[in-house]
Write a protein that binds this ligand. Structure first.
Ligand code: FES
Ligand code: FES
Length: 159
């Protein structure tokens, strides 16, 4: 099937088999390998991307379901000039990653949460919900929690 996607502001016209997952199309057809696959059945969140502004598990979405959608992957998180997103800076500053395999998914689910509610910095339970939605096997989550809170504070301060 022929589909049209906008990914990180760039248009793609693709011919894909209906059975193919969004994650595989992003990686293999669009060359955007920042989106990682862990469990491939919706549990770990490593594959999280934004679809029309909403966080989705791209291992649970067929590419054909995204026809006409606007997608954002971790490659689209920095600003067009290459300045890292506050979340990327905070993950670095707080040492919120080790192997980094899960990191793109955490960044994208946190980006959606920050955009939806910049006041998340004052809501530890909301940060907890963001961090708890994905699986990291390395860091123990505390540093990720600190990084999301730090980035939220920065975003709130710049408003
Ligand atoms: S790879 Fe999609 S949720 Fe784990
Ligand atoms: S940093 Fe390795 S799985 Fe999260």
């Amino acid at each position: 099937m022929k589909i049209t996607l906008t990914v990180n502001g760039r248009g793609y016209e693709l011919d894909v088999e209906p059975r193919r997952l969004l994650a595989d199309v992003l990686r293999d057809d669009c060359g955007l390998t920042g989106t990682h696959l862990g469990c491939e059945h919706g549990i770990c969140g490593a594959c999280t991307v934004l679809m029309d502004g909403q966080a989705v598990r791209s291992c649970l979405v067929l590419a054909v379901q995204c026809d006409g959608s606007s997608l954002r992957t971790v490659e689209g998180l920095a600003d067009p000039g290459g300045e890292p997103h506050p979340l990327q800076r905070a993950f670095s500053a707080e040492h919120a990653l080790q192997c980094g395999f899960c990191t793109p998914g955490f960044l994208m689910v946190a980006a959606e949460a920050l955009e939806r509610d910049p006041a998340i910095a004052d809501k530890p339970e909301a940060v907890e919900a963001v961090v708890g939605s994905n699986i990291c096997r390395c860091t123990g989550y505390e540093a990720i929690r600190r990084a999301v809170t730090r980035a939220a504070r920065e975003c709130r301060g710049s408003e």
